[in-house]
Design a protein around this ligand. Structure first.
Ligand code: NG6
Ligand code: CA
Length: 502
C-alpha cells in the first residue's frame, strides 16, 4: 500500500503539483455535535472538565475565529465533507432519518480525495446527510446505498441521522447490524408503523419526558422523532453508544497502522438524548449535558492513547471541532437548562444552535500534530468548508476544477504557520444567512431564530438595513452600528447577496 501511495504522489508531481511538499500523515477529524465554543475547559467552560481536549489545545493550535458553515447539523456536515456551502444545495436542511443521500456521488469529498491518494478512509458515528437514492424508497433490510461508501468511505459504522431520530440502529458498511430477517424493520416519518408504544401513548415508559416532536416510537426507554417498527434485535442502547463508536474508531485505526488513514469520527456528544454511560453520571456539575461532555473528552483521551501505543501520535493530524452551536433544551426535559448554572456554552458569543448570532456557528476548533503544529492561539478566520482544499493541499491531491469551489486552502493557518485566514465567510442559520468579514459581522433584515426557554423557539427581529456589529468590542452583538457605517453595511450586504443570491 505504501508503495502505491508513493507512485500516486509521483504522478501528482508530474501533473505539476508541488508534490515535494506533500505529506501523508494520518488525519482524524473529530466532529462533535452541538458542542459550543464555551463548552471546553480551554475555551473557558465552568462546571465541566475536559483535560484531554485542553491538552490538545495547549500543544496545538486553538482557534478563536473558526466556524461551522451552519448553525444546524446536516448543512454543516454537508459542507465539511464536500467543500461547498450548504445553502447552494436546497436539500441540505435538517434531514429526517429516512431521507435520501444529499451528496451527489459525482462530487469529490474529503474522503474520496484522500482515498484517491492512497488513504484508507473511515466514518464512525453520526452521518445525517441521507441514505439511499431519491428515486426509490430505501429498504432498511437490504443493502443501504448510496451512502458513505459511494462518497469515498472504505469503512463506515454509523447511525442514519441523529440520536433523537429513528431508525435507532447502527449501520456498518451498508447493512443494519444485528438485524433478524424474521423481524424486518420499517421507518416512517409521516404516520405510525406497527404497534410500538410512543411517548404520547405510554409516557410512563420514558426515562425522560419529551416534547411532541420527540414523542414518537420509544426505543430503549426514549421516545424519538419518527416511527419505526421491527428490527428489535438491532436497536441500540443509548448509554452504550459512545463506547461502541469509540471501539469502532479504535478498530479502524488499528487495522490501518501500516498505511495512511483518514478517520471521520463524528461523535454523538452533545446531541440529545444525552445519555452518557452510567460511569460518567455526576462527572460534571452540569447534569447530563456536562456528563456527556466529560465522556466525550474521556473517549478522545483513549483515542490518543491508542495512537501513542501504535506509534502513530507524531504522524497523525487531529482536528477537533463541532457542527453547530450549543443548545440546553432541545426536546427532552433532561435538566440541562436547570443545571447549567454559570456555565456559558457559547462562551462570549450571543445565541447558539439554530441562530445567526455568533454562538450558532463560531466553534471550538483545535489542530494537533505533535512535532509539526506549534503551540499557539490563532485568530485566523477559517470555515470548516476550507478543510477539503486544505487537506488536499497537505496531501498533494488535486481538487478537480469547478468542484468544491467554496473551499479555500488555509493549510498554513491550520498548521499554525500564519494567522492569515479567509477574507470573509458566510454563517448559515435557520432561514437566513449572515456574513463575517474581518472584525465586522452583518446580519440582514429578517428574523433570527433562537432556542429559548423550555419548549420554545423565539426570534429576534432585525429591521432594514440589517444589523452591523464590531466584534472585537462587541462580542455579544448588542450594539447595532448600521446607522453609523452605511458604506460598510452596503459592502457586506453586497458580498452576502453575491454569495447566497439576493
Ligand atoms: C430539530 C429537533 C432537534 C434536533 C435538530 C437536529 C426541534 C424542535 N427538534 O428538528 O431536537 O434533533 O432537529 O439537530 O428543534 S442537529 O444538530 O442534528 O441539527
Ligand atoms: Ca448538531
Amino acid at each position: 500500500m505504501k508503495n502505491i501511495h508513493k507512485t500516486l504522489l509521483l504522478l501528482g508531481s508530474m501533473a505539476g503539483l508541488s508534490a515535494s511538499f506533500a505529506e501523508t500523515p494520518n488525519i482524524i477529524i473529530i466532529y462533535a455535535d452541538d458542542v459550543g465554543y464555551g463548552d471546553l475547559g480551554c475555551y473557558g467552560a465552568t462546571g465541566v472538565d475536559t483535560p484531554n481536549l485542553d491538552m490538545l489545545a495547549e500543544s496545538g493550535v486553538r482557534f478563536t475565529s473558526a466556524y461551522a458553515t451552519a448553525a444546524t447539523c446536516t448543512p454543516s456536515r454537508y459542507s465539511l465533507l464536500t467543500g461547498e456551502y450548504a445553502f447552494r444545495n436546497d436539500d441540505a436542511v435538517i434531514l429526517p432519518g429516512n431521507a435520501p443521500l444529499i451528496i451527489d456521488p459525482a462530487k469529490p469529498t474529503i474522503a474520496s480525495l484522500l482515498k484517491s491518494n492512497g488513504y484508507a478512509t473511515g466514518l464512525v458515528g453520526k452521518w445525517h446527510i441521507g441514505l439511499g437514492s431519491p428515486s426509490e424508497p430505501l429498504d432498511w433490510n437490504g443493502e443501504i446505498a448510496p451512502g458513505p461508501r459511494e462518497v469515498g468511505f472504505d469503512y463506515s459504522f454509523h447511525m442514519a441521522a441523529t440520536g433523537d431520530r429513528v431508525p435507532s440502529v447502527y449501520i456498518e458498511n451498508g447493512r443494519v447490524i444485528g438485524l433478524d430477517s424474521g423481524d424486518p424493520m420499517e421507518v416512517n416519518y409521516q404516520e405510525p408503523v406497527g404497534n410500538d408504544p410512543t411517548g404520547i401513548s405510554h409516557p410512563q415508559l420514558l426515562r425522560t419526558q419529551a416534547d411532541e416532536q420527540h414523542a414518537k416510537t420509544i426505543v430503549d426507554g426514549t421516545s424519538r422523532i419518527g416511527y419505526m417498527n421491527g428490527g428489535n434485535s438491532a436497536r441500540w442502547t443509548d448509554t452504550e453508544m459512545p463506547d461502541i463508536f469509540l471501539g469502532k474508531a479504535v478498530e479502524f485505526i488499528e487495522s490501518n497502522v501500516e498505511e495512511p488513514f483518514f478517520l471521520y469520527y463524528a461523535m454523538h456528544e452533545n446531541h440529545v438524548p444525552r445519555l452518557p454511560h452510567p460511569r460518567f453520571r455526576g462527572a460534571s456539575s452540569l447534569g447530563v449535558r456536562g456528563d456527556a461532555l466529560v465522556q466525550m473528552d474521556w473517549s478522545i483521551g483513549h483515542l490518543l492513547e491508542v495512537l501513542k501505543v501504535n506509534g502513530l501520535d507524531e504522524n497523525t493530524l487531529i482536528i477537533f471541532t463541532s457542527d453547530n452551536g450549543p443548545v440546553l433544551y432541545d426536546g427532552y426535559y433532561d435538566g440541562a437548562m436547570q443545571l447549567n448554572k454559570e456555565h456559558r456554552p457559547s462562551g462570549p458569543w450571543r445565541g447558539g444552535k439554530y441562530s445567526a448570532w455568533e454562538g450558532g456557528t463560531r466553534m471550538p476548533f483545535i489542530t494537533y500534530w505533535p512535532g509539526t503544529v506549534e503551540s499557539s492561539i490563532s485568530d485566523a478566520l477559517i470555515s470548516q468548508v476550507d478543510l477539503l482544499a486544505s487537506l488536499a493541499a497537505l496531501t498533494g491531491v488535486e481538487v478537480p476544477e469547478e468542484r468544491a469551489t467554496d473551499s479555500q486552502n488555509l493549510l498554513d493557518a491550520l498548521l499554525g504557520k500564519t494567522e492569515v485566514g479567509r477574507e470573509y465567510l458566510i454563517e448559515q442559520a435557520v432561514k437566513m444567512e449572515a456574513i463575517r468579514k474581518g472584525p465586522w459581522k452583518y446580519v440582514p433584515e429578517g428574523e433570527v431564530t433562537n432556542r429559548g426557554k423550555i419548549g420554545k423557539f423565539y426570534t429576534d427581529t432585525i429591521a432594514a438595513p440589517g444589523a452591523l456589529f464590531y466584534l472585537p468590542e462587541d462580542p455579544g452583538e448588542e450594539n447595532n452600528l448600521a446607522h453609523l457605517y452605511p458604506a460598510k453595511v452596503e459592502e457586506l450586504k453586497a458580498l452576502l447577496d453575491k454569495e447566497v443570491g439576493a
